[in-house]
Design a protein around this ligand. Structure first.
Ligand code: CMP
Length: 140
């Protein structure tokens, strides 16, 4: 196992319900360390750019609208096997499929309002971290 960094977003459904601390506590309890964090309101351009890989999907327009509907917290998480560990603690994209003990099982409202995003690979983690953070904002 290697120490990795991954990228996380606490989504607007979670900021709206004031549960960013509860979500972060679950990340920390799983063994992840928050080494960068910023609360932002994503612009449409940022959301479209960040989710460009989903541009052709039928849910793209709704996804961009949702992600710009309220504040989000963008984070860099560090830990052993951080990419896989974060995906494990997030749970399945659709909360109906998410296992007990996961963030989405505990908090997600729907497949769209599913409380958190996490990078799906180490390569994408690097791209997504670079999208929102400069090197001097990440303090490990
Ligand atoms: P996320 O990990 O942020 O990446 C893309 C997001 O699209 C995903 O989480 C879901 O919240 C959202 N989404 C909305 N509808 C769907 C769908 N039908 N299938 C997959 N993802 C969806």
């Amino acid at each position: 196992m290697a120490t990795e960094r991954t990228f996380s977003i606490i989504k607007p459904d979670a900021t709206r319900r004031n549960i960013t601390g509860a979500v972060t506590a679950m990340l920390e309890k799983a063994g992840l360390r928050v080494v960068a964090s910023r609360r932002i309101r994503m612009t449409r351009e940022q959301a479209e750019g960040f989710y460009a890989v989903h541009r052709e999907r039928p849910f793209f327009s709704d996804l961009v609208s949702f992600m710009t509907s309220g504040p989000v917290v963008v984070q860099v998480l560090e830990g052993e096997d951080a990419v896989a560990l974060n995906r494990k603690v997030m749970g399945a994209t659709n909360p109906k499929d998410a296992e007990e003990g996961t963030i989405r099982r505990a908090f997600a409202e729907s497949i769209e309002a599913n409380s958190v995003h996490g990078s799906d690979s180490l390569d994408n983690a690097r791209i997504e971290i670079d999208f929102f953070f400069s090197a001097d904002e990440i303090v490990g």
